[in-house]
Design a protein around this ligand. Structure first.
Ligand SMILES: [Zn+2]
Length: 178
């Protein structure tokens, strides 16, 4: 509850300060939010906020997207990124990962493997969401490849994200599932 209050406070603060970055417009970001909430049956908010991950689900009905993404990536790529984060929110992945961490006695390797499964699930639904709105898949794949490749040479037990090849496959499977 406290986390939620702090997050809400930050959002209100940013709105008051009229912080605005953007290459895709606020209207486009709102359009993506509306479309994702419609297909996921959710009521999730997005906020432009610095995160080293590019985008981040909080598990609190709020998703952060980094200013650099909004400035540099196109509509379709951001749609895919947010559809991935929406899946984390709707499927309750954030608390599940914390629970797994606790149940495994903070075993980093087990938690990483569990987290990788959740990432692939979110990628699958991102692919589906893109297809539902008849958007091209490639811009999101390009973004994913660019950002995930740095981790490919790390041992699977030591990274929180799956290999780029696995992720591309999961997104493509989701896309082709409709
Ligand atoms: Zn993710």
């Amino acid at each position: 509850m406290l986390i939620r209050k702090v997050l809400n406070f930050l959002v209100v603060l940013l709105i008051i300060l009229k912080v605005s970055f953007s290459a895709i417009t606020q209207e486009q970001l709102q359009d993506i939010t509306n479309k994702l909430n419609y297909i996921y049956g959710a009521n999730i908010m997005v906020q432009i906020y610095p995160t080293p991950l590019g985008a981040m689900a909080t598990g609190q009905g709020l998703v952060f997207i980094d200013p650099s993404f909004v400035q540099n990536e196109n509509y379709e790529a951001i749609f895919g990124v947010l559809a991935h984060e929406w899946a984390h929110e709707v499927l309750g992945h954030i608390p599940q990962v914390f629970l797994q961490q606790w149940m495994s006695g903070n075993n980093v390797y087990e938690t990483n493997l569990f987290n990788q499964q959740k990432e692939l699930e979110a990628d699958y639904y991102a692919g589906r969401a893109l297809k539902m709105y008849n958007l091209p898949l490639q811009p999101f794949l390009d973004l994913l490849i660019r950002f995930n490749q740095a981790m490919d040479y790390t041992h699977p037990y030591l990274r929180s994200h799956p290999s780029t090849q696995e992720r591309v496959q999961a997104v493509t499977n989701g896309y082709n599932s409709i």
